[in-house]
Design a protein around this ligand. Structure first.
Ligand SMILES: [Zn+2]
Length: 243
Protein backbone atom coordinates (compact mmCIF):
# COMPACT_ATOMS: atom_id res chain seq x y z
CA UNK A 1 0.00 0.00 0.00
CA UNK A 2 1.25 3.47 -0.94
CA UNK A 3 1.27 6.35 1.52
CA UNK A 4 1.04 10.05 0.72
CA UNK A 5 1.21 12.00 3.96
CA UNK A 6 0.75 15.40 2.36
CA UNK A 7 -1.53 16.34 -0.53
CA UNK A 8 -4.03 19.02 -1.52
CA UNK A 9 -6.72 17.12 -3.43
CA UNK A 10 -9.12 20.02 -3.02
CA UNK A 11 -6.81 22.32 -5.05
CA UNK A 12 -8.20 23.75 -8.31
CA UNK A 13 -5.80 21.56 -10.28
CA UNK A 14 -7.15 18.28 -8.84
CA UNK A 15 -10.61 18.75 -7.34
CA UNK A 16 -12.62 17.90 -10.48
CA UNK A 17 -11.05 14.48 -11.08
CA UNK A 18 -10.45 13.03 -7.62
CA UNK A 19 -12.26 9.75 -8.45
CA UNK A 20 -9.97 9.14 -11.40
CA UNK A 21 -6.84 10.14 -9.45
CA UNK A 22 -7.65 7.79 -6.57
CA UNK A 23 -8.47 4.87 -8.87
CA UNK A 24 -4.91 4.70 -10.18
CA UNK A 25 -3.30 3.01 -7.16
CA UNK A 26 -3.88 1.52 -3.73
CA UNK A 27 -3.05 4.40 -1.41
CA UNK A 28 -3.72 6.20 1.84
CA UNK A 29 -3.55 9.98 1.64
CA UNK A 30 -3.44 12.68 4.28
CA UNK A 31 -5.06 15.78 2.84
CA UNK A 32 -3.83 19.03 4.39
CA UNK A 33 -6.03 22.07 4.86
CA UNK A 34 -4.28 25.44 4.54
CA UNK A 35 -7.03 27.79 5.76
CA UNK A 36 -10.58 27.60 7.11
CA UNK A 37 -12.26 26.88 3.75
CA UNK A 38 -9.80 24.18 2.75
CA UNK A 39 -9.92 22.63 6.24
CA UNK A 40 -13.67 22.22 5.82
CA UNK A 41 -13.18 20.83 2.31
CA UNK A 42 -10.61 18.41 3.70
CA UNK A 43 -13.06 17.06 6.28
CA UNK A 44 -15.64 16.61 3.54
CA UNK A 45 -13.16 14.73 1.32
CA UNK A 46 -12.27 12.43 4.21
CA UNK A 47 -15.95 11.71 4.70
CA UNK A 48 -16.54 10.92 1.03
CA UNK A 49 -13.35 8.89 0.53
CA UNK A 50 -13.32 7.15 3.88
CA UNK A 51 -10.27 4.94 4.57
CA UNK A 52 -8.43 6.45 1.58
CA UNK A 53 -8.31 10.16 2.39
CA UNK A 54 -7.58 11.21 5.99
CA UNK A 55 -7.96 14.77 7.22
CA UNK A 56 -5.24 17.05 8.54
CA UNK A 57 -6.35 20.41 9.86
CA UNK A 58 -4.13 23.46 9.84
CA UNK A 59 -3.36 26.99 8.76
CA UNK A 60 -0.59 27.68 6.27
CA UNK A 61 1.87 30.37 7.42
CA UNK A 62 1.59 32.08 4.03
CA UNK A 63 -1.91 33.17 5.04
CA UNK A 64 -0.74 34.72 8.30
CA UNK A 65 -2.48 38.02 7.52
CA UNK A 66 -5.91 36.44 7.96
CA UNK A 67 -4.95 34.51 11.11
CA UNK A 68 -7.01 36.70 13.46
CA UNK A 69 -10.12 36.06 11.42
CA UNK A 70 -9.77 32.29 11.03
CA UNK A 71 -7.72 30.60 13.76
CA UNK A 72 -10.47 30.48 16.39
CA UNK A 73 -12.74 28.73 13.92
CA UNK A 74 -10.04 26.29 12.80
CA UNK A 75 -8.83 25.05 16.21
CA UNK A 76 -12.04 23.17 17.15
CA UNK A 77 -11.79 21.22 13.87
CA UNK A 78 -8.56 19.54 14.99
CA UNK A 79 -10.51 16.98 17.02
CA UNK A 80 -11.87 15.59 13.74
CA UNK A 81 -8.41 15.20 12.18
CA UNK A 82 -5.70 12.54 12.41
CA UNK A 83 -2.97 15.18 12.24
CA UNK A 84 -2.31 18.90 12.41
CA UNK A 85 -1.26 20.30 9.03
CA UNK A 86 -0.45 22.38 7.15
CA UNK A 87 1.24 24.57 9.75
CA UNK A 88 4.74 25.97 10.07
CA UNK A 89 6.94 28.95 9.33
CA UNK A 90 7.37 30.58 5.95
CA UNK A 91 10.01 33.30 5.81
CA UNK A 92 10.40 32.90 2.06
CA UNK A 93 7.16 34.70 1.19
CA UNK A 94 6.66 36.52 4.49
CA UNK A 95 9.38 39.12 4.98
CA UNK A 96 7.72 41.42 7.51
CA UNK A 97 9.15 40.93 11.02
CA UNK A 98 5.84 41.47 12.79
CA UNK A 99 4.12 38.92 10.61
CA UNK A 100 6.95 36.44 11.19
CA UNK A 101 6.48 36.88 14.94
CA UNK A 102 2.78 36.23 14.43
CA UNK A 103 3.68 33.04 12.52
CA UNK A 104 5.63 31.82 15.55
CA UNK A 105 2.70 32.65 17.81
CA UNK A 106 0.21 30.77 15.65
CA UNK A 107 2.52 27.78 15.27
CA UNK A 108 2.99 27.67 19.06
CA UNK A 109 -0.78 27.45 19.46
CA UNK A 110 -0.94 24.46 17.11
CA UNK A 111 2.05 22.77 18.77
CA UNK A 112 0.42 23.15 22.19
CA UNK A 113 -2.73 21.49 20.93
CA UNK A 114 -0.69 18.77 19.20
CA UNK A 115 1.03 18.01 22.49
CA UNK A 116 -2.12 18.10 24.60
CA UNK A 117 -4.28 16.03 22.26
CA UNK A 118 -1.50 13.76 21.02
CA UNK A 119 -1.89 14.71 17.39
CA UNK A 120 1.13 14.40 15.11
CA UNK A 121 2.09 17.67 13.40
CA UNK A 122 3.15 17.83 9.74
CA UNK A 123 5.12 20.99 9.13
CA UNK A 124 5.98 23.37 6.34
CA UNK A 125 9.27 25.10 7.19
CA UNK A 126 10.59 27.42 4.49
CA UNK A 127 13.24 29.73 5.92
CA UNK A 128 12.84 30.16 9.67
CA UNK A 129 14.43 26.81 10.46
CA UNK A 130 16.46 28.14 13.40
CA UNK A 131 13.35 29.72 14.94
CA UNK A 132 11.54 26.42 14.40
CA UNK A 133 14.27 24.33 16.04
CA UNK A 134 14.23 26.61 19.05
CA UNK A 135 10.46 26.34 19.31
CA UNK A 136 10.03 22.60 18.77
CA UNK A 137 12.51 21.61 21.47
CA UNK A 138 10.06 22.73 24.17
CA UNK A 139 7.25 20.43 22.99
CA UNK A 140 6.82 16.71 23.39
CA UNK A 141 5.07 15.57 20.26
CA UNK A 142 5.50 13.63 17.04
CA UNK A 143 6.45 15.88 14.15
CA UNK A 144 7.24 15.45 10.49
CA UNK A 145 8.88 18.03 8.25
CA UNK A 146 7.12 17.84 4.90
CA UNK A 147 9.14 18.40 1.71
CA UNK A 148 12.20 19.12 3.80
CA UNK A 149 14.53 21.57 2.12
CA UNK A 150 17.70 22.24 4.03
CA UNK A 151 21.19 20.98 4.72
CA UNK A 152 22.27 17.52 5.82
CA UNK A 153 23.33 19.10 9.10
CA UNK A 154 19.83 20.41 9.81
CA UNK A 155 18.31 17.08 8.74
CA UNK A 156 20.48 15.32 11.34
CA UNK A 157 19.35 17.80 13.97
CA UNK A 158 15.70 17.06 13.20
CA UNK A 159 16.35 13.34 13.46
CA UNK A 160 18.16 13.93 16.78
CA UNK A 161 15.06 15.69 18.04
CA UNK A 162 13.02 12.61 17.13
CA UNK A 163 11.44 14.18 14.03
CA UNK A 164 10.53 12.49 10.77
CA UNK A 165 11.37 13.64 7.24
CA UNK A 166 9.11 13.26 4.24
CA UNK A 167 10.11 13.27 0.58
CA UNK A 168 8.07 14.25 -2.50
CA UNK A 169 8.66 13.01 -6.09
CA UNK A 170 10.69 16.14 -6.85
CA UNK A 171 13.49 14.05 -5.30
CA UNK A 172 14.22 12.62 -8.77
CA UNK A 173 15.45 16.06 -9.84
CA UNK A 174 17.00 17.23 -6.57
CA UNK A 175 20.44 15.93 -5.65
CA UNK A 176 20.54 17.41 -2.13
CA UNK A 177 17.25 15.77 -1.21
CA UNK A 178 18.64 12.43 -2.43
CA UNK A 179 21.73 12.85 -0.25
CA UNK A 180 19.57 13.63 2.76
CA UNK A 181 17.20 10.73 2.12
CA UNK A 182 20.19 8.42 2.21
CA UNK A 183 20.83 9.45 5.82
CA UNK A 184 17.27 9.08 7.10
CA UNK A 185 16.61 5.75 8.84
CA UNK A 186 13.70 3.80 7.34
CA UNK A 187 11.64 4.15 10.51
CA UNK A 188 11.88 7.97 10.29
CA UNK A 189 10.94 8.26 6.65
CA UNK A 190 7.72 9.20 4.86
CA UNK A 191 6.58 9.65 1.27
CA UNK A 192 4.34 12.48 0.14
CA UNK A 193 3.48 14.42 -2.99
CA UNK A 194 2.33 17.90 -1.91
CA UNK A 195 0.03 17.45 -4.93
CA UNK A 196 -0.48 19.41 -7.14
CA UNK A 197 3.04 20.74 -6.45
CA UNK A 198 6.57 19.23 -6.24
CA UNK A 199 6.13 16.65 -8.99
CA UNK A 200 8.79 14.58 -10.73
CA UNK A 201 8.57 16.76 -13.85
CA UNK A 202 8.90 20.52 -13.66
CA UNK A 203 5.68 22.36 -14.46
CA UNK A 204 3.54 19.21 -14.49
CA UNK A 205 0.66 18.65 -12.08
CA UNK A 206 1.59 16.19 -9.35
CA UNK A 207 -0.75 13.43 -8.09
CA UNK A 208 -0.71 11.17 -5.00
CA UNK A 209 0.06 7.93 -6.89
CA UNK A 210 3.40 9.51 -7.83
CA UNK A 211 4.68 8.50 -4.40
CA UNK A 212 5.55 5.33 -6.29
CA UNK A 213 8.20 7.39 -8.14
CA UNK A 214 9.66 8.51 -4.81
CA UNK A 215 9.72 4.88 -3.66
CA UNK A 216 11.66 3.82 -6.77
CA UNK A 217 14.19 6.58 -6.15
CA UNK A 218 14.50 5.67 -2.44
CA UNK A 219 15.05 2.07 -3.47
CA UNK A 220 18.04 3.11 -5.60
CA UNK A 221 19.40 5.51 -2.97
CA UNK A 222 19.20 2.97 -0.16
CA UNK A 223 20.01 -0.12 -2.18
CA UNK A 224 16.89 -1.86 -0.87
CA UNK A 225 13.86 -3.36 -2.57
CA UNK A 226 11.06 -0.95 -3.40
CA UNK A 227 8.54 -3.21 -1.66
CA UNK A 228 10.59 -3.31 1.51
CA UNK A 229 10.63 0.49 1.71
CA UNK A 230 6.93 0.67 0.86
CA UNK A 231 6.12 -1.76 3.67
CA UNK A 232 8.23 0.14 6.18
CA UNK A 233 6.55 3.45 5.30
CA UNK A 234 3.16 1.79 5.66
CA UNK A 235 4.24 0.64 9.12
CA UNK A 236 5.37 4.18 9.97
CA UNK A 237 1.99 5.47 8.83
CA UNK A 238 0.08 3.15 11.16
CA UNK A 239 2.42 3.82 14.08
CA UNK A 240 2.30 7.61 13.80
CA UNK A 241 -1.23 8.32 12.59
CA UNK A 242 -3.48 5.38 13.43
CA UNK A 243 -2.94 4.78 17.14
ZN1 LIG B 1 1.40 21.60 1.16
Amino acid sequence: MLVDIHAHLNSDELKDRIDEILSKCNIKIINAGVDLDSDLETLELARIYKDIVYPAIGFHPEYIEKAEKEIDKILPLIDKAIAISEVGLDYYWIKDEKLRKKEIEVLSTFLEIGEKRRKPVILHIRGGMSDFLQLISSYKLTFIIHAFEGSIKIARKILDLGGYLSFPPIIVRDKLRRQIAKEVPLDKLFTETDSPFLGPEKGKINEPCNVSITLSELSIIKGLGKEEIEKQIEKNFYRVFMQ
